[in-house]
Design a protein around this ligand. Structure first.
Ligand code: HEC
Length: 143
């Protein structure tokens, strides 16, 4: 009876918890703010990096396919889904859904991810550049 009362009614843990949680929380919050570029910078970088892609791909809604398919709205689409583009059998059979993570590994090494793809150029080795390009592609679709 004594134990039950003490357990249910004791308000002491509150302030003690606050002191413990606040201190370690402060350092990571500062670190994240310092390393993460603002979204506008990322997208501007990605727009510049899309020069690696624009020889073959348009990002404009309704624009014609080029050497590669139009990439408007590609994030979330099934691979091989752009109308009127003659894909490789390898890409059509890949079963990929173009999430940001799938785009990232494809742009890093197209033929490594999809052996037999006809995308023979445009790979970006720098991970932060890939992240920027993907953010840019996503941003044009969201507009
Ligand atoms: C030399 C031309 C060329 C360049 C440069 C190029 N691509 Fe491609 N891309 C292609 C071709 C061709 C395909 C179709 C591949 C296939 O069918 O196997 C393709 C396919 C794709 C697909 C799959 C589309 C779908 O509908 O499934 C994505 C995504 C893509 N490219 C993104 C990019 C990005 C992002 C860049 C720049 C970083 C880029 N590509 C650079 C020619 C290119």
């Amino acid at each position: 009876m004594l134990a039950l009362t003490a357990c249910g009614a004791d308000p002491a843990p509150g302030p003690v918890e606050q002191i413990i949680v606040r201190e370690p929380g402060a350092a990571p919050a500062v670190a994240v703010a310092a390393t993460e570029a603002p979204a506008s910078t990322l997208i501007a970088d990605g727009k510049a990096a899309f020069a690696n892609c624009s020889a073959c791909h348009s990002l404009e809604q309704g624009a014609a396919n080029g050497v590669g398919p139009n990439l408007y709205g590609i994030v979330g689409k099934n691979a091989g889904g752009v109308a009127g583009f003659a894909y490789s059998d390898a890409l059509e059979a890949s079963g990929i859904v173009w999430t940001a993570a799938e785009l990232d590994s494809f742009i890093a090494d197209p033929a490594g991810k999809i052996p037999g793809t006809t995308m023979v150029a445009g790979a970006i080795a720098d991970p932060s550049k890939r992240q920027a390009v993907i953010a840019y592609i996503e941003s044009t679709t969201a507009n």
